[in-house]
Design a protein around this ligand. Structure first.
Ligand code: NAD
Length: 520
């Protein structure tokens, strides 16, 4: 197989090569991971947590090296490599190793009146086996490391396939988990593109944690259902921000400019549609345009750059095509709408740059409003009242995040409760993926399942219910033989026992009759 050639999107220079993993090799590595699973599963949770903390220590000891690799491979500014990749991962690894242990420890269940019959239930969390983690290029570090660490703590082995567009970050993740001193094949990195991903999907895996586009996600879902392998699909977004008339316009406009253009808009949770109360529409839009024009576009390795290049040429072309479509149909482009010739430091823009773009005069029939852009493009539209704002925000095939900005929290919450999304943030946007205890995921075409938090851990385990009956010398009343008498007892218990403890006094005579019945 041809090596993956890694390109710095800021300069278009080659910065490295990575050997891809062919189909046979992928299958072999998955088998080895499967063979290592009993070893890893026998290791105590404390030791697994200690390994996660060793990975964290390695990251922090080599922090600048990690930041530079992320920036050069992906293009994002150094500040974002630190704020959106390394800092959240350092926090997440600590959280996994501490709170994760608590979340995954055995818990008793309240089984109501069945306790009176001397039974008990508890929940344990069993690992699934081999978990495949397939990830995108936009947050090439924080997205996969979260899934990998949670899967490992739960006792799974992991086979990880990063995007070929950020293969060097994939190598760094391999380096970090090697430093954790895991037993052989507990964590395996397989480099490559679609063919490697396809081979992984069709190997003997027990779960797929996929983050990527709707198109590939649909295919992953199809393969998984054919193979009866469960999946988490974290897919695209077209997140709306609603600006209420009582919002602090200065703060809200700064939030929206950051939310639309951080990581060059290549964020599943980017603000991709902004709806503004018509009474403040002009003032708000003016602020957004002024602030957008102040953003410094340049190479990400300069720590004062606000906007780096886009990560791939293909994504740049999607953005340019949506802008051209909007322009042709009469939208007003208030700033941006083209590739820059020069960067903020005066040098020639050699890489895949696109100016952050704000446009108005669009509606839901425009491609840039209906389809995911995944780039630096912000359509701003007015609304007349709360109901219209909710209707417009919900008028999308996606449902990942949504944002509401307003002064009166009661009204903002009323709007938030009506929005169809996995997360709704009030007076905030985009960043909650960085809080490891909060769930992340969407509805509709944004996928299914959850990453992070307790719900994310539940994706990594078999919920193992253990039920114990301490009345071991007595036969249950619902066992054989059946009779009209038993039917009558059950009929009365349906009315009494199902009321819980309140119904117990009335249920007792029937319980006695049932238990004292002669049984086979
Ligand atoms: P993509 O779907 O093109 O690729 C994602 C991963 O799938 C990559 O590793 C790729 O190599 C792999 N892949 C491609 N074909 C495959 C196949 N046939 N079988 C198995 N694996 C295959 O997505 P992308 O362009 O890397 O990322 C951008 C998309 O990801 C956007 O739509 C964005 O919204 C979405 N995303 C979602 C979230 C979320 O949390 N919901 C987070 C980040 C990105």
């Amino acid at each position: 197989m041809e090596p993956i050639i890694c390109i710095d999107p800021a300069t278009l220079e080659e910065i490295g090569r990575v050997e891809p993993c062919g189909e046979q090799k992928v299958k072999e590595l998955v088998s080895k991971a499967r063979a290592s699973h009993p070893v890893w599963n026998r290791i105590s949770m404390n030791e697994r947590a200690a390994a996660i903390l060793r990975a964290r220590r390695y990251l922090l000891e080599n922090i600048d090296d990690f930041a530079m690799t992320i920036t050069r491979d992906n293009g994002k500014p150094l500040v974002e490599s630190m704020s959106a990749e390394i800092l959240p991962v350092a926090d997440l690894l600590r959280w996994v190793a501490t709170d994760g242990k608590k979340i995954l420890s055995e818990r008793p269940l309240d089984i109501g009146v069945f306790k009176m019959l001397l039974r008990s239930s508890s929940i344990r969390f069993q690992p699934l086996g081999v978990v495949a983690v397939i990830s995108p290029w936009n947050y090439p570090f924080s997205i996969p490391v979260g899934a990998i660490a949670m899967a490992l703590l739960a006792g799974n082995c992991v086979v990880f396939k990063p995007s070929s567009a950020t293969a060097l970050v994939g190598k760094k993740i391999e380096e970090m988990f090697s430093a954790a001193g895991l037993p052989e094949f507990v964590f395996t990195h397989v480099a490559g593109g679609a063919a490697t991903g396809e081979a992984l999907l069709n190997s003997r895996i027990d779960k797929v944690i996929f983050t990527g586009s709707v198109g590939i996600g649909r295919h992953v879902g199809e393969v998984c259902s054919r193979n009866l392998v469960p999946s988490v699909l974290e897919l695209g977004g077209k997140d709306a921000a609603i600006i209420m008339r009582d919002a602090d316009l200065d703060v809200a406009s700064s939030a929206v400019v950051w939310g639309a253009f951080t990581n060059n808009g290549q964020c599943c949770a980017s603000v991709e549609r902004c709806y503004v109360d018509s009474s403040v529409f002009e003032r708000f839009t003016k602020l957004v345009v002024e602030k957008t024009k102040r953003l410094r576009i340049g190479v990400g390795t300069n720590p004062s750059t606000d906007i780096g290049p886009m990560t791939t040429e293909a994504q740049l072309n999607v953005v340019a095509a949506q802008v051209e479509d909007a322009r042709r149909r009469g939208a007003q482009i208030l700033c941006g709408g083209r590739r820059p010739e020069k960067l903020w430091d005066g040098s020639v823009a050699a890489g895949w740059y696109y100016e952050p773009t704000v446009l108005v005069g669009v509606d839901h029939s425009f491609e840039c409003v209906a389809e995911e852009t995944f780039g630096p493009l912000l359509p701003v539209m007015p609304f007349e009242d709360e109901q219209q704002a909710v209707r417009l925000a919900n008028d999308s095939q996606y449902g990942l995040n949504a944002y509401v900005f307003g002064g009166d929290l009661k009204s903002a919450k009323r709007v938030a409760h009506q929005l169809r999304a996995g997360t709704v943030a009030i007076n905030e946007c985009v960043y909650t993926h960085a809080i490891p205890s909060t769930p992340w995921g969407g509805v509709c075409h944004s996928g299914w399942g959850r990453a992070h938090g307790e719900f994310g851990f539940m994706e990594m385990v078999n919920v193992h219910h253990i039920h114990v009956n301490r009345l071991r010398m007595i036969k249950d009343f619902w066992w054989y033989p059946y009779s009209g008498k038993l039917y009558g007892i059950l009929k009365r218990l349906s009315r009494t026992l199902t009321l819980g403890f309140a119904g117990l006094p009335r249920a007792l005579p029937d319980l006695m009759r049932g238990f004292l019945r002669k049984k086979i």
